[in-house]
Design a protein around this ligand. Structure first.
Ligand SMILES: NC(=O)c1ccc[n+]([C@@H]2O[C@H](COP(=O)([O-])OP(=O)(O)OC[C@H]3O[C@@H](n4cnc5c(N)ncnc54)[C@H](OP(=O)(O)O)[C@@H]3O)[C@@H](O)[C@H]2O)c1
Length: 314
């Protein structure tokens, strides 16, 4: 039976199921209600990022929950991320995020993408929005945030094995986690093996394949193979998919602002998949949803091609 907490290389514990709060449109009250519902259901891990616009609503809901005694600060795990236009000054960026979240410290602070953009950039970024990348100096800023105890751990997101390997050559503090796209249609086998060897916790974003979003697809939720496994266990497709990830030691952050689906996504602890289920799922056709086409160009991006962005791991 997979445990409901993962241990980071800092010694701190991280819940294996968290609530994602990154969504196509930011709805303050809807996010607040989702966080309150999630806390009631038992979620103790919340994923946000400075670029999502959800830090404020998450912070407001958590503050209310602390004040009303629903939960204590030390019982929740809060993760936010340094955006691409904040590489210059991670200390200023974390200070801003902490203010939005109304918190004194984070549990995990991630370098969101191995890409640096100028302030005022558009999304997707234009050619003139890209700045030269200097991950070493950005990571030193992240380390400073850790040393000042503004966060209990630091990590990366959307990093390939090669990028982690490069980072480990100079990092004083190794990353505690790597948050990447992972679901049955993009299983990340090589990256998971490498991260496990390096004691870096993998956390899956788009764990359901991000159905109904501009960046995702319905391939996971529509899979006949997964549907059959779900029917056999009397579970939903989402539950099978989340259980599949956590049985492989990966943390998941499914996003839902719907109380029924938030509840469903947390009911993944008292049952398990079989070896046969895993064997079937390991054969599913692989295709990454968010390839990062917008982050490559032939002039200003550090990456000329998608293969360069992912170091061939695509
Ligand atoms: N580090 C990164 O670069 C990065 C990138 C993308 C996302 N993220 C993080 O990862 C989180 C999750 O990823 P994601 O939002 O891309 O994808 P996801 O969690 O795989 O999918 C979200 C979609 O699934 C639906 N859904 C949720 N539970 C469901 C269920 N039980 N049955 C059917 N549909 C369900 C949601 O709709 P409803 O809300 O209507 O339920 C929403 O449309 C984000 O919120 C964000 O916090 C990180």
């Amino acid at each position: 039976m997979a445990a409901n907490m993962a241990e980071l290389n800092t010694g701190n514990k991280m819940p294996v199921v968290g609530l994602g709060t990154g969504a196509p449109a930011v709805q303050y009250e809807e996010i607040k209600a989702a966080v309150h519902a999630a806390l009631k259901i038992g979620y103790r891990f919340f994923d946000t990022a400075s670029c999502y616009g959800s830090e404020g609503a998450l912070g407001a809901a958590l503050t209310e929950a602390f004040q009303s005694g629903v939960v204590k600060r030390e019982e929740v795990f809060v993760l936010t991320k340094l955006w691409d236009d904040e590489h210059d000054d991670p200390l200023a960026a974390i200070t801003k995020s902490l203010k939005n979240l109304q918190l004194e410290y984070l549990d995990l602070y991630l370098l969101h993408w191995p890409v640096r953009l100028r302030k005022g950039h558009t999304l997707p970024p234009k050619e003139e929005d890209f700045l030269p990348l200097d991950i070493k100096s950005t990571w030193q800023g992240m380390e400073k945030c850790f040393e000042l105890r503004l966060t209990k751990a630091i990590g990366v997101s959307n990093f390939s094995c090669k990028k982690i390997e490069d980072l480990l050559k100079y990092a004083k503090i190794p990353p505690a986690a790597n948050q990447v796209e992972m679901h049955p249609m993009w299983q990340q086998k090589k990256l998971r093996e490498y991260c496990s060897k390096m004691k870096i916790q993998v956390c899956a974003w788009s764990p359901l394949g991000a159905p109904k979003t501009p960046w995702g697809s319905n391939a996971v939720m529509d899979s006949p193979v997964i549907k059959e496994i779900a029917q056999k266990h009397g579970k939903s497709i989402a539950q099978v998919v989340l259980r599949w990830a956590i049985e492989q030691g990966v943390c998941v952050i499914p996003k839902s602002f719907n109380k029924g689906r938030i509840t469903e996504n947390f009911q993944v602890f008292d049952w398990c998949l079989t070896t046969e289920d895993h064997a079937k799922m390991s054969k599913l056709e692989q295709s990454k949803n968010m390839k990062g086409e917008d982050l490559v160009n032939s002039t200003t991006s550090p990456y000329r091609t998608i293969e360069e962005l992912w170091d061939g791991e695509i």
